[in-house]
Design a protein around this ligand. Structure first.
Ligand SMILES: Cc1cc2nc3c(=O)[nH]c(=O)nc-3n(C[C@H](O)[C@H](O)[C@H](O)COP(=O)(O)O)c2cc1C
Length: 305
């Protein structure tokens, strides 16, 4: 095959591949091709893949600040992603007194990753307070031409809250074991999988046997639909920053209530996504965290240092 025929066949292959793309994927392909052209025109002797990718991401910055582009992509569903639970099995969580009787300095000084928990159920009051304080709606504001977009205890890119919160209940007073979605606005649980999930979770995690004894495991699930319409590929980077802010919110809230928590990245991506029902592309588990009453009180640990 001549060079000409070869490039013709590659061209046809590329055309056939991109004709199957979704509109959002096509935007990324176009960005990539544009960035390649810019790089080759800039007379850089050696163009590394790393540099091309860097340009691709840099280009997105200009693009996502273009009001015209954003307004074309903006829909009410994309921005107001909040979905109230409609399940008849929805569990409304009690509204509790959110006042703190511990100094913020003590909370920050005592925060540690805790993997040893007391073998007793988490009270419904503690469970409800922890979820509300860490992840529950705590305000709203108008934006993107839409009224009352929910706000949360953690910051997020564009205020879009790019993830969902799942909870594996293993030992909580009056809540059956299983996997639930936390409705952050309605402060309620929506059942997704019922039953004891401890052994199944052991299969998809490693070096985390102690998770068996955590009364709850918080699951942070990234949702690409929440941010790619505005931030494109660059959104994936910031989605991880959103998750970091949310995890710190969980750590500090847990510590403020004398609960221990530990983030866990030691899991098999495809297996945990499969177990919990996520496709691994648009929705994927970003981090999980065990929470429970610490075997040694946290604030006492802080005082010992
Ligand atoms: C993103 C992330 C992933 C983590 N993954 C694990 C893990 O898989 N297993 C574990 O035991 N601890 C994990 N940790 C906890 C760290 O080991 C812990 O934060 C670190 O040792 C510092 O201790 P400290 O949190 O008590 O200050 C993780 C923490 C973060 C922030």
């Amino acid at each position: 095959m001549s060079n000409m025929e070869l490039s013709e066949s590659i061209r046809n292959e590329i055309i056939s591949q991109i004709s199957n793309c979704q509109p959002e994927e096509l935007t990324s392909v176009k960005e990539f091709i544009e960035s390649m052209r810019e790089v080759s025109e800039s007379r850089i002797g050696e163009v590394t893949l790393c540099r091309i990718i860097q340009r691709l991401f840099a280009r997105s910055v200009n693009e996502f600040f273009s009001a015209e582009h954003v307004s074309m992509q903006m829909t009410r569903e994309r921005i107001l992603r909040y979905r109230a639970s409609t399940s008849p099995d929805r569990i409304n969580l009690p509204i509790i007194d959110m006042s703190l009787d511990v100094a913020f300095d003590d909370v920050v000084a005592s925060r540690r990753s805790i993997r040893d928990y007391l073998a007793r159920p988490l009270s419904i009051e503690s469970f409800s307070t922890l979820l509300k304080r860490s992840f529950g709606k705590n305000g709203c504001e108008d934006g993107y031409g839409i009224r009352d977009i929910p706000l949360y205890p953690y910051p997020s890119m564009g205020g879009l809250s790019s993830f969902d919160i799942g909870i594996v209940v293993q030992n909580v007073e009056s809540i059956p074991c299983g996997y639930y979605r936390y409705d952050q606005v309605g402060h309620a649980l929506e059942p997704i999988i019922s039953g004891d999930m401890r052994l199944a979770l052991q299969d998809v995690t490693f070096e985390s046997e102690w998770l068996m004894y955590a009364p709850i495991i918080v699951v942070v699930v990234n949702n690409a639909h929440a941010f790619t319409w505005k931030y494109h590929t660059r959104g994936y980077r910031m989605a991880h920053i959103d998750v970091g802010a949310a995890i710190q919110s969980l750590y500090l809230s847990a510590c403020s209530m004398e609960l221990g928590c530990c983030a866990v990245a030691g899991f098999l991506d495809d297996s945990i996504n499969g177990l919990l029902g996520y496709d691994g592309l648009d929705q994927y588990v970003s981090i999980i965290a065990g929470v429970g009453e610490p075997a040694i009180p946290l604030l006492a640990r802080g005082a010992q240092r």
